[in-house]
Design a protein around this ligand. Structure first.
Ligand code: CA
Ligand code: CA
Length: 347
């Protein structure tokens, strides 16, 4: 989820910049011609450019451990796709069918798979595609049910849930009805930019009659995030719409998003930001939805796997939003920039 480094940018074009970079790399032909000095004329450029498969969207974007799900991939040059490639061994899959623009694939997640991001690629005789992101989640993973544009036809969901939705047109509105108990505190974490999609959306929490409770246009890059305590118990509506003034103009494709509704431990910062090998160290974590006694695992970089020798537990609450974290760092722990904070991961 939230790349910590992205937090210093809001509504910027940095993610799209990254996207362009990936596209540029993925279009480099895998075949290179090398010529020795000779009098032989070099062969003429091929009439038809070699194009590798290009993935633009994946939907739905979440699977529970132990489940198998059919996903739709959209892009270009997908015809003839024969293989799915993953970066970790706890997910596997196969291509069911593929046309030039659409591939259906079956993806299975092993029962013991840890929640978090996964990426997949498509391979064909044309080459290997770029990656697209989906998430493994222990929460329910419902998909929006269109039509859900009106107050009397919302998609019903139960918290906690990691919902997959998409704005099919620029006029599309997606409404989700959920129940909150009196005094219940819930977080609403919309994932578009942080999933690598172009969806720049707004989130509003509404009473069933449409009156607004609270809204947000973007907290992480352009992804909305709300943390709200409901005074009165009852049904409410979470409404996803296109942002009126999107960053850099709203692309018309890949307006898919996820929305996590629930209570997931959420880190904002850690201090100090380093510790010595072999030490028993204390950190102060600022965060939400954490409890004393909660074990903490540290992960190294983007690999998202627990790093041997880096373990800890939240010991107590220091002040509002601050928690003390005691951690032991094994002497053999690799010296590296570890990433203990992944903002807003849905369990
Ligand atoms: Ca929709
Ligand atoms: Ca809709």
């Amino acid at each position: 989820m939230g790349e910590p480094g992205f937090l210093m940018f809001t509504k910027s074009s940095i993610l799209r910049g990254v996207g362009c970079l990936i596209v540029a790399f993925s279009l480099v032909p895998s075949r290179a011609w090398a010529f020795e000095e000779s009098s032989v004329e070099p062969p003429k450029a091929p009439q038809v450019a070699i194009r590798q498969p290009q993935l633009n969207t994946i939907f739905p974007m979440a699977i529970q451990p132990g489940r198998r799900l059919r996903l739709e991939l959209q892009g270009e040059f997908l015809d003839g796709a024969s293989q799915l490639l993953f970066e970790s061994g706890d997910v596997s899959g196969a291509v069911v069918s593929a046309t030039f623009t659409t591939a259906l694939v079956d993806v299975a997640v092993s029962p013991g798979a840890a929640p978090g991001r996964r990426r997949l690629r498509l391979a064909s005789e044309r080459g290997v595609s770029n990656t697209v992101l989906f998430r493994v989640s222990r929460w329910a993973t419902p998909v929006e049910n269109e039509p859900n544009d009106d107050l009397d036809s919302p998609t019903s969901v139960e918290s906690p849930a990691l919902i997959s939705g998409r704005l099919q047109t620029e006029q599309d509105v997606d409404l989700y009805r959920f129940h909150a108990k009196a005094g219940e505190r819930l977080q609403f974490n919309v994932l578009g930019a942080r999933n690598g999609t172009n969806a720049d959306v707004s989130l509003a929490i509404l009473y069933p009659d449409g009156r607004e409770v609270v809204h947000d246009d973007g907290r992480f890059i352009w992804d909305p995030y709300l943390d709200h305590t409901f005074e009165a118990g009852g049904d409410y509506i979470a409404a996803i719409t296109l942002t009126r003034m999107p960053a850099g103009g709203q692309p018309r494709s890949d307006l898919s998003y996820q929305m996590a509704i629930g209570q997931s431990p959420f880190f904002w910062s850690v201090f100090p930001m380093g510790a010595r090998q072999g030490s028993s160290s204390e950190f102060t974590l600022r965060g939400d939805f954490m409890q004393a006694g909660t074990p903490v695992q540290f992960s190294a970089g983007a690999q998202q796997r627990a790093t041997d020798g880096l373990v800890g537990a939240i010991t107590e609450r220091v002040s509002s939003g601050d928690y003390r974290l005691a951690a032991k760092i094994h002497p053999s722990t690799a010296v590296a920039r570890n990433s203990p904070l992944e903002k807003g991961a849905a369990p």
